[in-house]
Write a protein that binds this ligand. Structure first.
Ligand code: IMP
Ligand code: MG
Length: 185
């Protein structure tokens, strides 16, 4: 598949920021780190919980590179609403089918921005009796991060800019772009 240099979504211009091979190498690196921790006995009955919809693409690529007894589940987080501003309220829906009680949970996020979503997920999973919670994210914006806890696995650190592609959307558009694009300002 050919990677375009620009993309137009809802009339806004985005330009290529991180080409596909670099994104894929970052995912392989995260998989290597998780696999090494698995071999060292870090996780007990790990459950990989992919945050929908944004982390579906990263989560799928990561999951098939994991070696060991990893189970797969999904959680829905609604934060941004429809624009580009991080929302104050984060709503989370944990599918009733996943029982996290007593489990080691590896949450998979598309991007950690302010950190509110990651924090809300941790709180919710701890309330649901998860034994331990780790966070893996494809993208991390250190300048925007307001959280207190360390993010365990980071694919790529990026500037505090609005990006799309590889699962990330602008008002639901652009999730299927096969590289990371940044808003042209
Ligand atoms: P946080 O709660 O502020 O850390 O934001 C996390 C959520 O906001 C992510 O899971 C995304 O859904 C969304 N988000 C944050 N930054 C971006 C971005 O640059 N592009 C698209 N969505 C983003
Ligand atoms: Mg979003």
């Amino acid at each position: 598949m050919e990677t375009k240099n620009t993309a137009t979504l809802h009339g806004r211009q985005f330009r290529l920021l991180i080409p596909t091979p670099q994104v894929q190498e970052a995912i392989r690196q995260v998989a290597r780190e998780v696999n090494a921790d698995y071999r060292n006995g870090t996780f007990r009955r790990p459950l990989v919980l992919v945050t929908l919809s944004g982390a579906l693409v990263f989560g799928g690529e990561l999951f098939r590179q994991l070696e060991g007894d990893f189970e797969l589940g999904f959680v829905r987080a609604f934060s941004y609403g429809s624009g580009m501003e991080s929302a104050e309220d984060v709503r989370i829906e944990l599918s009733g089918a996943v029982d996290v009680a007593g489990r080691d949970v590896l949450v998979v996020e598309d991007v950690v921005d302010s950190g509110r979503t990651a924090e809300s997920l941790r709180t919710l999973l701890c309330k649901a009796q998860a034994r331990r919670v780790w966070i893996a994210t494809l993208l991390f914006k250190p300048e925007a991060y307001r959280g207190a806890l360390l993010i365990d696995y980071v694919g790529l650190r990026i500037e505090d800019r609005f990006v799309v592609g590889y699962g990330l959307d602008y008002d639901q558009a652009g999730r299927n772009l096969n590289a990371i694009y940044v808003l042209d300002q």
